[in-house]
Design a protein around this ligand. Structure first.
Ligand code: GAR
Length: 190
């Protein structure tokens, strides 16, 4: 087995995309391994899942400190773990320009819309309100512009007549779990 690239995953919540990335990494022919799961929320359910799965975890709340100080701690944890590529997976905090610059071209994110549509929050509600026939998810490179970097891959989901934001989110999430491991594997081989 060849050496695997070391990926750090940042999460803020339940971490189902993180879990999909970890599960995929267990296959011998997967080109990455998950070296660290880190979170801005010490109580994030995904941290417990990752620890139970035998993955190193790190939690740092940004409360009571400057953003630069908080990010320096995350950065140090990632570097200490030998991380080469960062995957954001439901990490709901904006990274500073400085952080993005330090990891330029080595951070990717999954976003629940067909970018460039619906950057930011409430993507499913906005797709429904617009009367779209199709929704989906995108994996993209993280730049200083919110949800603005090059798109690496997308998956589409048909919007059904009686869809709610919740029902649509559930079907898009299934596609997220398929798309993200595939795109991350391609990305680390670049
Ligand atoms: C996912 O749907 C992800 O695409 C979205 O948050 C959810 C996290 O779920 N990310 C964003 O909205 C980023 N702007 P998860 O914690 O179960 O992976």
């Amino acid at each position: 087995m060849q050496d695997k690239r070391r990926v750090g995953i940042l999460i803020s919540g339940r971490g189902s995309n993180m879990a999909a990335l970890v599960e995929a990494s267990r296959s011998d022919d997967c080109p990455y391994e998950v070296a660290l799961v880190a979170s801005d929320r010490p109580q994030a359910a995904g941290l417990t899942w990752a620890a139970d799965a035998g993955i190193a975890t790190f939690a740092q709340s940004p409360k009571g400190m400057a953003k630069a100080e908080y990010e320096a701690k995350i950065d140090a944890a990632l570097r200490d773990a030998g991380v080469e590529v960062i995957a954001l997976a439901g990490y709901m905090r904006l990274l500073s320009d400085d952080f993005v610059a330090r990891w330029r071209g080595r951070i990717i994110n999954i976003h629940p819309s067909l970018l460039p549509k619906y950057k930011g929050l409430d993507t499913h509600q906005r797709a429904l309100a617009a009367g779209d026939a199709v929704a989906g998810c995108s994996v993209h490179i993280v730049t200083e512009e919110l949800d603005g970097g090059d798109v690496l891959g997308q998956a589409k989901v048909a919007i059904l007549p009686d869809d709610t934001a919740e029902s649509l989110a559930g079907r898009v999430l299934i596609e997220e779990h398929r798309l993200y491991p595939k795109i991350l594997a391609e990305f680390v081989k670049r």
